[in-house]
Design a binder for this molecule. Structure first.
Ligand code: GLN
Length: 485
């Protein structure tokens, strides 16, 4: 059961081979046994989970079930969850219990999925290693001395260790794809606007997008079916016809044109990563795809542009955490301003403070044109580069991350080194495109991720390319030895 696909679990549940209560108990027991070593969860609620599982089992009796009914999942702790503590990985929200559900949470509830817990994450989703969480770092199940990637590292570690079949994540600059790569999973960041951001605590609103993490492309397609859709409560949500993201999974790949950005394959990635990615491209050619070199001339500017735009938006979004409305309030203060200052000084961690300072600076009167406006222009050029590239190809491929999982502390002391972990993923967010990471091999016994990037709304084709590859290879079914049973 722990290695089963969502489809297999759905069949087992529908044919009553197992009940949702039994399945949920199985995963809850694994969480209890393994989570102390991994720290993948901030909150686990056995009672709430079993109550939801009971309700799902009753639905099977009544015949009212959807594709995911009765299957356990967890949400990244950035999604507001009614009656559950929602921390966003921060001390400032340590005691915050959400009064309402995020749209994504609502949708999974409506689909009958069983929420078992909330996953650990980098504080306010700022990070690439999960070391910035107030609740301590998450460990990578492939090697407990290494990071799981970030910021959705708790979700990724939980699935990689088979503590759950699937989970949600969010991706502002790589936070679904990069931990998927470092933990040997499949993760998908949808086109901006496809998944509602309502109730998803905002980091950088023009970049943030929720998406699934799971073991395979097929599982991600099923999860996305449940998550996606127009939401009038999110002003950036797109009103488009409902899609079935599984519809093209089995299409043959003959004729698929894969674009290989010269900039991605220049120096920068580790040799072992390059070898795995090139072997995967050979496999794609065997499956009938052709490859063509494309140019993304401004992609080298994506990290600097992102680290102006994302902090600018964060500095504004995080101004709501003031000790008045919710979250941590300093115990001692002289007056109102002092209360704000102390609550924020005590409540936010170092990385979050760095971003607020940078963001406030680049938006300030004297520097707005020089930094913020310039970064927005670069963003436009990056999107135009992708438009041009997609005239020559159907999907772009390359590495997800420059290296496999790194050791704790290896990059934490140097923010710029950390920021460069997302060198291949950030341009996708700046352009609002859909992107995925799929496992494509190993380097130093650690998983390597391959990135797929689609044109706007190209999720189904991208999932098709990922699924056919996963039918031909077995990288995505490997399990870290310590968690295999
Ligand atoms: N690592 C990037 C950052 O720290 C991206 C994080 C994310 O996608 N949430 O901002």
């Amino acid at each position: 059961m722990i290695n089963s696909s969502l489809k297999e679990l759905a069949t087992a549940l529908a044919t009553r081979k197992i009940s949702s209560v039994e399945l949920t108990t199985l995963f809850l027991d694994r969480i209890e046994r393994y989570n102390p070593a991994l720290n993948a969860f901030v909150t686990i609620d056995r009672d709430k989970a079993l109550a939801a599982a009971h309700a799902a089992d009753k639905n099977f009796g009544a015949g009212g079930t959807a594709a995911l009914t009765g299957i356990p999942l967890a949400h990244k702790d950035i999604f507001c969850t009614e009656g559950w503590r929602t921390t966003c990985g921060s001390k400032i929200l340590d005691n915050f219990v959400s009064p309402y559900d995020a749209t994504v949470v609502e949708k999974f509830k409506a689909a009958g999925m069983v929420l078992v817990g909330k996953c650990n994450m980098d504080e306010f989703a700022m990070g690439s290693s999960n070391e910035s969480s107030y609740f301590g770092p998450v460990k990578n199940p492939w090697d407990l001395e290494r990071v799981p990637g970030g910021s959705s590292g708790g979700s990724a570690a939980a699935i990689a260790a088979r503590l759950l079949p699937a989970a949600t994540g969010t991706d502002t600059g790589g936070s679904i794809r990069q931990p998927a790569a470092l933990c040997g999973l499949t993760g998908l960041k949808p086109t901006y606007g496809v998944v509602s951001r309502y109730g998803m605590i905002a980091f950088a609103s023009s970049l943030d997008q929720g998406g699934p993490l799971a073991k395979s492309a097929e599982d991600c397609a099923l999860m996305l079916n449940a998550m996606a859709g127009f939401d009038p409560r999110d002003s950036t949500s797109l009103e488009r016809p409902t899609e079935d993201y599984t519809r093209d999974l089995d299409k043959p790949l003959a004729g698929l044109r894969i674009g290989l950005p010269r900039e991605f394959f220049a120096a920068g990635m580790d040799d072992g990563v390059r070898a795995a990615v090139e072997a995967a491209l050979d496999e794609y050619r065997k499956l009938g795809a052709t490859t063509v070199e494309v140019d993304l001339p401004n992609s080298g500017l994506s990290v600097p542009a992102y680290y102006v735009i994302a902090p600018a938006e964060a500095s504004s979004n995080l101004s709501r955490f003031d000790g008045v409305r919710y979250g941590h309030r300093a115990a001692d203060y002289a007056d109102l301003n002092d209360m704000y200052a102390r609550s924020r000084a005590e409540g936010f961690g170092a990385e979050v403070k760095r971003r607020i300072l940078i963001g406030t600076y680049v938006l300030s009167h004297g520097y707005y044109d020089a930094y913020y406006l310039k970064a927005q222009k670069i963003r436009r050029l990056i999107a135009a580069d992708f438009s041009a590239a997609f005239r020559e190809c159907d999907v772009i491929m390359g590495p997800t991350a420059p290296s496999v999982a790194f050791r704790f502390g290896e990059k934490a002391a140097d923010p710029v080194q950390m920021y460069l972990s997302d060198i291949y993923t950030i341009a996708v967010n700046l352009a609002g495109l859909p992107g995925m990471s799929i496992p494509c091999g190993f380097d130093q016994n650690l998983p390597v991720g391959m990135q797929l990037i689609g044109p706007w709304f190209g999720e189904a084709r991208m999932l098709n390319a990922a699924h056919r590859y996963q039918q031909a290879t077995d990288w995505h079914v490997r399990v870290p030895a310590a968690f295999a049973a």
